[in-house]
Design a protein around this ligand. Structure first.
Ligand code: KIV
Length: 278
């Protein structure tokens, strides 16, 4: 498509063709992903792990997310851009100055020019989702493993493996659809469960570690490019090892500088001035 994708476009893809979503946190990656025709670019709070070297996504806040989101939207011409609400944007107790989910969601739209926001599942997320949608801000839900509250789920474990927890996931997905979400991320859920959720919803499901039956697939870009190796979940497919390529380029630069091969004439400026005249 030669124009910017809309929420309606994403909704209309369900049942027609699979939707693609990748993460980006900066201008160069966003340009490449946009140019490649990926449907959705998520400015994920995985920024905390894969770029900033932090252990938990709960360690970053609105300021870091907005810097990244602004860089991404400056680059994007076609993909739908979704800003990921960080933990501090809605999880702090009410009454604390930074707890204002609708204000923070609006900042992604008005300041960073995102098209939508993503909200991970948490105890009163339906109420918060409804409040944000009332402000005309499109919301993508997120269930299964929700890294911001992973401790409550018993760590980073596949969710919905028994009947009771599978039913809970189906119920959560339905509630998010009823609250008005335009799509839902299913993270680390067995194939059978994501298949049922996908068939019960009229909005698209985007799987990450949720099998082939979702309406779309998402991965963290640094994972598919081999740029983040601190931990790698089973569902990640690495399509290229860019760390090796980068390591080689860095070594070549170092060797060429040390051996005075670089900069050569092609990469230097000259003038008519003679050394003796100065
Ligand atoms: O932050 C992120 O990258 C995400 C994806 C894992 C969906 O939320």
């Amino acid at each position: 498509m030669d124009r910017k994708l809309t929420i309606e476009d994403i909704l209309s893809l369900k049942g027609k063709r699979k939707i693609t979503m990748l993460t980006a946190y900066d201008y160069p990656f966003a340009s490449i992903i946009d140019e490649a025709g990926v449907d959705i670019i998520l400015v994920g709070d995985s920024l905390a792990n894969v770029v900033l070297g932090l252990n938990s996504t709960t360690e970053i806040g609105m300021s870091e997310m907005l810097v990244a989101a602004k860089a991404v939207t400056r680059a994007v011409k076609k993909s739908l851009v979704v800003g990921d609400m960080p933990y501090e944007a809605y999880q702090l107790g009410k009454g604390t100055s930074r707890y204002a989910p609708t204000v923070n969601a609006r900042r992604f739209i008005d300041e960073a020019k995102c098209d939508a926001i993503k909200l991970e599942w948490f105890d009163n997320c339906i109420e918060v989702t409804r409040e944000i949608i009332k402000e005309n801000i499109p919301v993508m839900g997120h269930i299964g493993i929700t890294p911001q509250t992973a401790d409550k789920l018993g760590g980073f474990k596949v969710q919905g493996k028994d009947i009771e927890s599978a039913k809970t996931l189906i119920d959560e997905a339905k509630k998010l659809e009823d609250a008005g979400c335009f799509s839902i991320v299913l993270e680390c859920i067995p194939d059978t469960v994501s298949k049922i959720i996908t068939s019960k919803l009229s909005i698209p499901t985007i799987g990450i570690g949720a099998g082939l039956n979702c309406d779309g697939q998402a991965l963290v870009t640094y994972d598919i490019l081999g740029l983040f190796k601190r931990f790698q979940p089973k569902f990640v497919k690495q399509y290229v090892d860019l760390s090796k390529e980068i390591e080689k380029a860095v070594n070549d630069f170092k060797l060429e500088v040390e051996s005075q091969k670089f900069p050569d004439k092609a990469h230097s400026f000259n003038s008519n001035i003679k050394e003796k005249d100065l």
